[in-house]
Write a protein that binds this ligand. Structure first.
Ligand code: DC
Length: 215
C-alpha cells in the first residue's frame, strides 16, 4: 500500500511524511532525495545539469543504489552516501533542471516503484499521486503560502530558490507538479506537523484504511 504526499518546496511535506510513516510504522521514501542525488552527482563531476546527454552518460557509469535503514529510504552513489550534500545551494539551484530530464525521471520512477513491491510506504515528491502511483486511493497534497514556505527555508538556514524551483517544477513537460484529481489538499500554513499528520490519519481512517488501534 502507498500513501502519496505531494506538494511544492518547503510546504512541510518531508517532515509530515516522515512523522506519518513513523506513526503508522510504514517505510518513509523521499523521492526528492533521488533527484537531489543525481544533481549532486552531476555538480560534483562538473557536468552541466542542463546537458541531458552528459547527465545520462554519468548516471550510466555510476552505481546508483537505493536501500532502507531505520524505516527510511537510503541512497548510495558508487557505495558512498551523498546525504550531507543533498541540501547544498548548488544542488538546490540545479535540481529542477535535472528533474526536467524525462529519461532521468524514467530511471528514478522505476526505482521508486520497487520500494512498494515489498513494503507499505509513505512516499513524498511532486508526481507520486499523479504519475508514480496513480492507482493508490491515499493521495495528499500539502501546500502552504509562499511567505510561510520562504520563512521555513530561511529558518533552516538554507539558501534555496523556492520560487524559481516552483516555476520549473510546475511548468515542465514531463510529470509537472499538479494536484491529483482525487488528492486531499491540506494547507499547512497555520498547522503544526502533528496537526497535519493528525488530519491525514483522520482522512485515512475515514477512507477505511485499517491502522493499528493506537495510531
Ligand atoms: O522535495 P524536494 O524539494 O527535496 O525535491 C527536490 C526537487 O526534485 C524538486 O524541486 C523537484 C524534484 N522532484 C520531482 O521532480 N519529482 C519528485 N517526485 C520529487 C522531487
Amino acid at each position: 500500500m502507498v500513501i502519496a504526499i505531494d506538494g511544492p518546496a518547503a510546504s512541510g511535506k518531508s517532515s509530515v511524511a516522515r512523522a506519518l510513516a513513523r506513526r503508522i510504522g510504514w517505510l518513509y521514501v523521499n523521492s526528492g532525495a533521488m533527484y537531489r542525488a543525481v544533481t549532486w552527482l552531476a555538480v560534483s563531476h562538473g557536468v552541466p545539469c542542463d546537458d541531458a546527454g552528459k547527465v545520462l552518460g554519468l548516471l550510466d557509469t555510476t552505481d546508483f543504489s537505493c536501500g532502507m535503514r531505520d524505516g527510511e529510504s537510503t541512497i548510495l552513489l558508487d557505495g558512498a552516501d551523498p546525504d550531507l550534500h543533498l541540501t547544498e545551494p548548488a544542488v538546490n539551484a540545479n535540481v529542477s533542471a535535472i528533474a526536467s530530464i524525462p529519461e532521468v525521471r524514467r530511471i528514478l520512477v522505476e526505482k521508486q516503484r520497487t520500494f512498494a513491491e515489498a513494503n507499505d510506504i509513505v512516499m513524498e515528491g511532486r508526481d507520486i499521486g499523479s504519475v508514480v502511483f496513480p492507482e493508490t486511493p491515499y493521495k495528499f497534497y500539502i501546500d502552504a503560502s509562499p511567505e510561510v514556505r520562504a520563512r521555513r527555508r530561511a529558518s533552516q538556514g538554507l539558501a534555496d530558490t523556492i520560487a524559481a524551483r516552483d516555476k520549473i517544477d510546475t511548468t515542465r513537460r514531463t510529470s509537472p507538479l499538479v494536484i491529483a484529481e482525487d488528492a486531499h489538499v491540506v494547507d499547512s500554513s497555520n498547522l503544526t506537523i502533528d496537526g497535519v499528520v493528525g488530519e491525514i490519519v483522520g482522512r485515512l481512517k475515514m477512507k477505511g484504511l485499517a491502522l493499528s488501534p493506537n495510531v
